[in-house]
Ligand binder design. Sequence first.
Ligand SMILES: [Zn+2]
Length: 347
Amino acid sequence: MSNNILIRKIDMECALCAKNHQVEERKRITKAIIKNEEVDFEEIYYLCDNCENDENEFIPAKIMDSNLLCARNAYRKKMGLLTSSDIVGIRNKYGLTQMEMANLLGWGEATISRYESKAIQDETYDSILRLVNENPMETLKFYKRNKMKFSSLRMLEIKEKIIENLNEYGKEYLRRQELESEYVCYQDPSDYNGNQTLNIDKVESIVTYFAINISTLYKVKLMKLLWYADALNFKLYDKSMTGLVYAHMPMGALPVGHYKLLGLELINSQEEYDDNGKSSYKILPSNRIDFSILSKEELEVLSSVVKKFKAFSGQQLAEYMHREIAYQQTNEKQVIPFSLTKQLLDF
Ligand SMILES: [Zn+2]
């Protein structure tokens, strides 16, 4: 592809030869230096083919501004900062004007307007914006601090919007944070997590896969199935799937943070009581079914695990697991190293 593309031809008064004629609007990838960093960005320029001399290009002021914005956004992407449209998106999520958002965060009134049009935010401001984006509880803190800057009606509306965001995704963000907090000691790939850091999206997909393919799925059985899926994947490919860490417990392997895991939004569990009042968690398929995060090999592993253990009760599966080398060579409450799954039974 040529790095010089005709967008359209426009009839206009040409800025170079001052005559009315057709001018070509073109775009090309150009380099710019922003804050001492070289970035590639898409530049739009106009071409006059009436001109005899070499200077046959010009850029109207308005286009110049949007080119500059484009170059700055290229810089932001390169440096891992939010782009101007990311910032617009965060602001719209809370239904705020530029000035209101600046007031809410306790910043100078023009700050957000500048970030959306020309200035590049520094890292401190960037991380506050990210925090506010991911976690509405943080936005609520700013709201409490700065709400007096708004009329009483606007105060109510903003608070409602924050609560709406909290209900939509904020609570789930916090649940995930809680599960992740259980894994702070397992941030690096190791024998404990099967060379894989925790991937909550994958955990959800796998649980959904089991819930769809196994009609009576209870918590005890699910926990063992997760271990078998990770263990078999490790045996075959030297890598677990989920990054969950499993402890040796009397009923078999149990993931660290399993209670928090069951609280995740996509894991549909329902507490049931038997005649003796003993409770158990039945796992139901989630409403959102998406296996695109799983590779073909991973889906094959899941399919073999389902095929083998589908008819097992939780108790039977626990007994079966007690025969595994990985279980026999670890003590109660000890983390089960994945290297021991190389000797997995019957797979
Ligand atoms: Zn011209």
